[in-house]
Ligand binder design. Structure first.
Ligand code: SAM
Length: 315
């Protein structure tokens, strides 16, 4: 029963992420015509939170763009713990879709996403359907190059089946996205997942956004950070530092890895864009933003030559 309560609290973290994104989009931090179709109302968020989300979304996009360029239209993106992420539709609108796009989350979340997709013609119409066929169940949706499937990332056999149903080709260039997800999965299940993916996808890139620098000056994991929305951050030990983030990949058979705090990512974004968003809202204490950005990172890992040594340099 305790585990079920934890799982429910974990699923609720998707509401937080989607609401924060919707609020920042509403203020004009970035453009996303689709998020408001998944999230209706939002309460006000502090300016540093909005800037943090801007850095998160732009940081992920930076690697998505690099992946799409390097895979030359033949790649597949697999979004782990996708929640209500709108990346598929944003890429479609930009005319920049990969060959296949798969989203995975708990069935309770994918059911809600399926429902919203069915409800909005604008979302349905953008699913690529060469043969006109879209298959729905309560929790899963299969279109020509978009698949939304309900599963628990801690269960590898089920994941394997779901990827097969989503027409994933293990030998194609593949990008895995885990945006604020692995921290909710306990360390041994994350290890099994990363090891299994490394063994199955020889030509792949993993991009993970999550907490980092979670220990205080005495070396203790900050207790207030152990729970978020009442659920245990089961994977928090791997969030100790950039090194522990990277080690999680290397010990699980990924060939190479890099990691940056969100301070580095924010500073790498184009000056024009930063200057634009810094004028949206006043931020009295710049230090607040820096402190926030220091506690999040993007860690990447790769297998094979195509995605070796990617950096955060623009272009
Ligand atoms: N990636 C989305 C984003 O950044 O907008 C959602 C992030 S939300 C903080 C974390 C998501 O991970 C939730 O949707 C949750 O249901 C999902 N998740 C966590 N553990 C999972 C598991 N074991 N299996 C499937 N999904 C999981």
């Amino acid at each position: 029963i305790k585990d079920m309560a934890d799982d429910e609290a974990i699923q609720a973290t998707n509401d937080d992420a989607s609401e924060c994104k919707r609020y920042a989009v509403q203020l004009g931090y970035w453009c996303d015509p689709f998020i408001s179709l998944f999230v209706k109302q939002t309460a006000r968020k502090a300016p540093e939170i909005n800037r943090g989300y801007y850095a998160r979304v732009k940081g992920i996009e930076l690697f998505v763009d690099k992946f799409l360029k390097l895979s030359g239209g033949k790649g597949q993106i697999i979004n782990l713990g996708a929640g209500f992420d709108t990346l598929y539709w944003r890429l479609r609108e930009a005319g920049n879709s990969p060959a296949n796009f798969v989203e995975l989350d708990f069935p309770s979340i994918t059911a809600k996403k399926c429902y919203q997709i069915k409800k909005h013609k604008q979302l349905i119409d953008m699913l690529n359907t060469e043969d006109g066929e879209i298959r729905f169940s309560t929790t899963d949706l299969h279109a020509a190059n978009y698949h939304l499937v309900g599963t628990d990332l801690r269960h590898i056999a089920e994941l394997n089946n779901k990827l097969a149903q989503a027409e994933v080709n293990f030998s194609l260039p593949t990008m895995f996205l885990a945006e604020c997800v692995l921290v909710y999965v306990d360390a041994s299940a994350t290890s099994s997942l990363l090891k299994w993916l490394a063994g199955k996808f020889p030509n792949s890139l993993f991009v993970s956004y999550e907490q980092v620098n979670m220990k205080d000056k005495f070396g203790q994991v900050m207790l207030s950070n152990l729970r978020s929305r009442g659920c245990l951050l089961a994977g928090v030990e791997d969030c100790e530092s950039l090194e522990t983030q990277q080690r999680r990949f290397t010990i699980n058979n990924w060939e190479g890895t890099s990691a940056w705090t969100m301070v580095d990512i924010y500073d790498s974004l184009p000056v024009m864009d930063r200057s634009r968003i810094e004028h949206i809202e006043m931020l009295d204490e710049r230090e607040l933003l820096t402190q926030l950005l220091q506690h999040y990172c993007i860690a990447i890992a790769w297998n094979g030559q195509t995605f070796k040594n990617l950096s955060i340099a623009q272009g």
